[in-house]
Design a protein around this ligand. Structure first.
Ligand code: ZN
Ligand code: ZN
Length: 225
C-alpha cells in the first residue's frame, strides 16, 4: 500500500506535464481504490500526459480528456473551454438560424430549463413558451464580422455563452470600453494609411462610424440601451 502511495506521489512530482503536482491523502486513497485508473476510459494514471482530476467529493478519478467531456464545454462564440457550471444563461440566435427556430435574431436569456425541446433526429423543435426572453437585438454575425474581419462565424449553436462573451455583448454602459481597438485608429494605421489626416478629421471619422453603428461599439449602443 505505502509503496503504491510513494509511486503516486513521486509520479505526480515529476512525470506530468504540469508537475510538480501534489495529491492530498484522501485523493491518493481514492486513486488506489480506483486501481490507479481513469473511471471512464480505464487509462492508467501513470500513462497520462497530465495529472487526473481526483474528486473525493464525487468519488471520481478522471483523466483530462474524460473530465473535459463530462464537465467542460466550449463557448459557441469565442470557442474557449469553460466549466459547464460557469456558463451564463444567455445565448444568441443568429440571422442564419433565426428562421429555423422561429425567433428573431438577438441575445436571449434563459428563464427556466429546459428551454427547448426536440428529438434525436431533428435536434431542435421549438422553444418552450415563456422559457426565454429577448434582451438585445444585436446580430451576432454582424458583430462578429466587425470584431474579426478575417474570420467567418457560421453555425452558431444555441448553447449558452461564457461569462466573458456575456460581458462583452451585453454591455449597457461604458461603451467606450467595449472594444480595445480603435476602429480605424490603431496607431500603426494612424501613422501610415491615415498619416495625412489631421487629428480632428480622424476624430470626426470615428464619431461618424459610431454614429452610423458600423463599429462594435456602435452596435452595442444601438441595441443594448
Ligand atoms: Zn479517461
Ligand atoms: Zn465566450
Amino acid at each position: 500500500m505505502s509503496k503504491l502511495k510513494d509511486k503516486i506521489v513521486n509520479h505526480a512530482k515529476t512525470e506530468y506535464n504540469s508537475s510538480p503536482h501534489r495529491f492530498d491523502d484522501a485523493q491518493i486513497q481514492l486513486i488506489i481504490e480506483h486501481d490507479c485508473e481513469c473511471d471512464h476510459c480505464g487509462k492508467s494514471i501513470f500513462e497520462l500526459d497530465d495529472f487526473p482530476d481526483v474528486s473525493v467529493e464525487r468519488k471520481e478519478v478522471l483523466c483530462e480528456e474524460c473530465y473535459d467531456e463530462e464537465y467542460r464545454t466550449t463557448c459557441p462564440i469565442c470557442e474557449e473551454s469553460w466549466e459547464i457550471d460557469e456558463m451564463t444563461d444567455y445565448f444568441f440566435i443568429s440571422k442564419t438560424n433565426s428562421k429555423e427556430v422561429g425567433k428573431s435574431p438577438g441575445i436571449y436569456k434563459v428563464l427556466k430549463r429546459p428551454f427547448y425541446y426536440g428529438n434525436c433526429l431533428t435536434g431542435f423543435d421549438a422553444f418552450f413558451d415563456d422559457a426565454i426572453q429577448k434582451v438585445s437585438d444585436i446580430d451576432i454575425e454582424k458583430a462578429y464580422s466587425i470584431l474579426h474581419p478575417r474570420l467567418n462565424k457560421e453555425n452558431i449553436t444555441l448553447d449558452c455563452m461564457c461569462p466573458h462573451c456575456a460581458e462583452k455583448y451585453l454591455r449597457k454602459d461604458n461603451f467606450i470600453r467595449a472594444d480595445s481597438l480603435y476602429c480605424i485608429l490603431q496607431e500603426k494605421q494612424r501613422n501610415q494609411i491615415f498619416a495625412d489626416y489631421s487629428d480632428e478629421r480622424i476624430h470626426r471619422l470615428r464619431q461618424d462610424m459610431i454614429h452610423r453603428r458600423i463599429t462594435f461599439r456602435g452596435l452595442l449602443q444601438l441595441h443594448n440601451k
